[in-house]
Write a protein that binds this ligand. Structure first.
Ligand code: C2E
Ligand code: MG
Ligand code: MG
Ligand code: MG
Length: 291
């Protein structure tokens, strides 16, 4: 009986594995097609100056308008893209769309710098800086309108190679930002050798910092570090006024989070920017006084 049960379990396990692999293969082949067919769309989440609520840029966040499954969040397909090598065509596509949108805004007299998330493989590909240069030239967008968000975990795969690619990107004049700062394992000394301009505090520390002493201690330490390296700091995941007030008092520069706005399709963002935001900002951007 035991042998029989074991066998059954074995069969079921195999079947489970198969299903998983098939689903992954389907996803990857569909994604390959989706990239070429223009099924990827970008939503843009505004970033504001903490002190006064001025909008100072947007982060482009990819979504997949899947023909059957609806709008998919990046968590549902970016990891598979990273594993299958599709992250490079995906990033090229996203970069192209984001820079094109930035050019459209510039043409409408709106100076809205865009940030693009760059996957690990791109940072190890020597042809990537050339692509960036070309996209900017084609759309006639100044390099300093583009920020590339990179993660510590992407850099540590091959720090020497990544360092060379980052150096070339810096020479182009794009801005570099360390995303999800504090969640990776790169050494402070190494980070210092990269000439990055900005660091983004991960929302895992930010969102509940007002109720979690440990997270608030981490945020204060990272803000201190950033100040010493003269890096601009963006707090992500700010969901309420209180967190905004506390971060502003701690000297954090920029804010991104649901309290300001969720990521929006470009037309909705245009409406949002066009509205008289005076009361909204007046309401959400606190003075340095504690409430
Ligand atoms: P990320 O770059 O750290 O982006 C921030 C994520 O936090 C976004 O989720 C955003 O919607 C979410 N967020 C912003 N404010 C708040 C808030 O106040 N509360 C909460 N709970 N969440 C907030 P999203 O769009 O689902 O993106 C998730 C991740 O997927 C991104 O994290 C990034 O790592 C990756 N990703 C998104 N777009 C791209 C892309 O074009 N290329 C690559 N390689 N990765 C991307
Ligand atoms: Mg990001
Ligand atoms: Mg982030
Ligand atoms: Mg994050």
């Amino acid at each position: 009986y035991a042998a029989k049960r074991g066998r059954l379990r074995y069969v079921r396990y195999e079947a489970g594995l198969d299903t998983h692999t098939t689903a992954d293969l389907t996803l990857v082949s569909e994604l390959r097609r989706a990239i070429d067919n223009g099924e990827l769309v970008l939503h843009y989440q505004p970033k504001a100056v903490m002190r006064d609520g001025t909008i100072c840029g947007v982060e482009a966040l990819v979504r997949w308008q899947h023909p059957r499954r609806g709008l998919l969040a990046p968590g549902e397909f970016v990891p598979a893209a990273e594993r299958s090598g599709l992250i490079e065509p995906l990033t090229s596509r996203v970069l192209g769309m984001a820079v094109e949108q930035c050019a459209r805004w510039l043409a409408a007299d709106r100076r809205l710098p865009v940030s693009v998330n760059v996957g690990a493989q791109c940072l190890h590909n020597r042809t990537f800086p050339g692509q960036v240069r070309q996209v900017l030239a084609e759309q006639d967008v100044p390099a300093d309108m583009l920020t590339l968000e990179i993660t510590e975990s992407a850099i540590i795969i091959d720090p020497v190679r990544a360092g060379e690619v980052l150096q070339e990107l810096e020479e182009i004049g794009v801005r570099l930002s360390i995303d999800d700062f504090g969640t990776g394992y790169s050494s402070i000394a190494y980070l210092r050798s990269l000439r990055v301009h900005e660091m983004k505090l991960d929302r895992a520390f930010v969102t509940d910092m007002c109720s979690d002493y440990g997270n608030s201690a981490i945020v204060r330490a990272l803000l201190d570090l950033a100040r010493n390296f003269e890096l601009q700091v963006v707090a992500e995941g700010v969901e309420d006024r209180r967190t905004w007030v506390v971060l502003a008092a701690l000297g954090c520069d920029l804010v991104q989070g649901y309290y300001l706005s969720k990521p929006l399709p470009p037309d909705e963002l245009d409406d949002w920017l066009g509205q008289d935001r005076a009361h909204r900002v007046g309401h959400s951007a606190p003075s340095r006084r504690r409430a």
